[in-house]
Design a protein around this ligand. Structure first.
Ligand SMILES: [Zn+2]
Length: 242
């Protein structure tokens, strides 16, 4: 199978359907001026559709589109998982990260580098467990009350990249948040005082607060074991300045 991909990472609307997957012998790839050249497009090939789809998730954070002609000719599109929701997409992106690391490990001979890669694999596997644990603990977003499981995002209070291994897996360092709240919290545009009251960055004016569904009197319950993580967020992640 061949993926045909526009060289521009964010191509115009007309190329929104890329990366597109074809049979390797598809005439669109071979006959058509434009699609056949490597000037505007590049190709990625594999015998495995799953491998190509994982590649696409790693590079583009999106799945594959089947070529219509190839689909009619029997391209096994049912093998494409067609990820629809965010939760599943991030689970798959986690899976593809691990997959990518395992591939690197397989070809690495330097013992020091091998240990390094193995540590990374364990960490990513841990992230999957963290999400599962949080989903068991929290049934909804503590701010908005949203309880659509497929939309809730397992968010670290102290950012994952700044944590040690123990902190990465600690459920007290986690919250299940609605996507808009997760985006705000993750980028430090909101944080929480010791009593759990929301603190909104001056970068989000009242008009936009309304549009995002956040209000200055919102509050969540902070468990004593979570306070140290919130303290880190307040001091190092929150954007105090305009
Ligand atoms: Zn085709």
């Amino acid at each position: 199978f061949v993926l045909n991909i526009h060289r521009r990472k964010n191509p115009s609307n007309i190329h929104k359907s890329h990366p597109r997957i074809h049979f390797a012998n598809c005439h669109h790839l071979n006959d058509r001026p434009g699609e056949s050249t490597t000037e505007k497009y590049f190709k990625v090939c594999s015998n495995s559709i799953e491998e190509l789809e994982q590649w696409s998730w790693i590079e583009y954070q999106k799945g594959l589109n089947p070529c219509k002609t190839c689909k009619d000719k029997g391209l096994p599109v049912e093998q494409l998982t067609g990820i629809q929701n965010f939760q599943a997409a991030s689970a798959l992106s986690l899976k593809s990260d691990i997959y990518k690391l395992e591939k690197r490990l397989a070809s690495e001979t330097n013992p020091e580098k091998r240990t390094e890669i193995e540590t990374l694999i364990k960490a990513r596997q841990g992230q999957g467990r963290f999400r599962k644990k949080l989903l068991e603990l929290y049934l909804n977003c503590p701010l908005t009350g949203l309880d659509v499981q497929s939309l809730l995002i397992a968010s670290h209070i102290k950012p994952w990249s700044k944590c040690n291994n123990e902190e990465r897996l600690d459920p007290f360092n986690g919250l299940m948040l609605a996507p808009n709240i997760d985006a705000l919290f993750d980028s430090g545009l909101i944080t929480f005082e010791t009593d759990g009251t929301i603190k909104i960055s001056p970068k989000i004016d009242p008009g936009n607060q309304k549009r995002l569904g956040i209000f200055p009197d919102m509050q969540l319950k902070i468990e004593p074991e979570s306070e140290k993580y919130f303290e880190y967020h307040r001091n190092h992640v929150f954007q105090k300045e305009e």
